[in-house]
Design a protein around this ligand. Structure first.
Ligand SMILES: Nc1ncnc2c1ncn2[C@@H]1O[C@H](COP(=O)(O)OP(=O)(O)OP(=O)(O)O)[C@@H](O)[C@H]1O
Length: 234
């Protein structure tokens, strides 16, 4: 079942200068899609379009009615004067999550990401990786229908990366879908069900690794090799 159906004819920061065109895909329940492409390809712009914050959008984005999403940004943002626990408490209050559920989910994920000891401290004083973990914990507490994740791997230490992959796999098993932009292609290759390759603002390939291998005429090749071939041909 499709949670999100995206048909972006064009979008940009101003109507006169669209920076992405022809981005069409479906995100299905329990599916993990990797959004990949070189610097400046249009990945963040695609994500911003899905989040509804782009100035100019021509096209349509259909969400399954009443579906909830959580966004995990690459650059964490916090309230300066709230502790980690107060951030979680506020998030629960805004989203109608009971105290019982909040305590249960928050404690589980604080423990998984080794953040229990700092739960009464201000995230604004945390390291980049710790701040990223807070954004991930906040998203997990929401138990959304789908996640939109912008480059999660730069900044997380190996054990946090492993935990992120484990909890996302659990979320997939619950039925949640994930759209994730990343430059870390060897990890993406192992975990994503399908890929969207964006380059120069357009979608240049999409499908499973096997489908991308066929379309690039590189049977058995890595995602990186397929990606490089697509880029060289442009
Ligand atoms: N705030 C902005 N105003 C105007 N143009 C922008 C803005 N942000 C990005 N762009 C332009 O939009 C195009 C796509 O950029 P985008 O940030 O979507 O790329 P990206 O694929 O996310 O790249 P990266 O891998 O470097 O994060 C680029 O040409 C970029 O210069």
């Amino acid at each position: 079942m499709s949670i999100l159906a995206v048909k972006i004819e064009e979008a940009g920061y101003e109507e006169k200068h669209p920076v992405i065109q022809g981005i069409d895909f479906h995100l299905h329940k329990g599916e993990w899609i990797g959004l990949i492409g070189p610097n400046g390809a249009g990945k963040s712009t695609t994500i911003k379009t899905l989040l509804g914050v782009m100035e100019y959008v021509k096209g349509a984005i259909y969400k399954q009615p009443l579906s909830k999403y959580a966004y995990i940004p690459e650059k964490p943002i916090f309230y300066d004067h709230l502790t980690l626990w107060e951030h979680l408490d506020l998030l629960a209050a805004v989203n109608g999550i009971s105290d019982r559920i909040l305590i249960e989910r928050a404690n589980l994920y604080l423990k998984s990401f080794k953040m229990e000891k700092v739960k009464h401290e201000m995230p604004s004083t945390f390291s980049k990786g710790m701040q990223q973990k807070v954004m991930i914990i906040q998203a997990l507490v929401l138990q959304p229908d789908y996640y939109i994740v912008d480059e999660p791997f730069i900044g997380l230490d190996p054990s946090a990366t492993k935990m992120f992959l484990t909890v996302m796999e659990e979320e997939k098993n619950r039925g949640a879908a994930i759209l994730m932009s990343t430059h870390v292609l060897d990890t993406a290759e192992k975990i994503c069900d399908r890929f969207l390759l964006v380059s120069g603002g357009t979608m240049v390939a999409q499908g499973t690794l096997e489908e991308i291998q066929v379309s690039t005429d590189l049977p058995g090749a890595s995602l990186l090799d397929c990606f490089n071939k697509v880029e060289e041909g442009r």
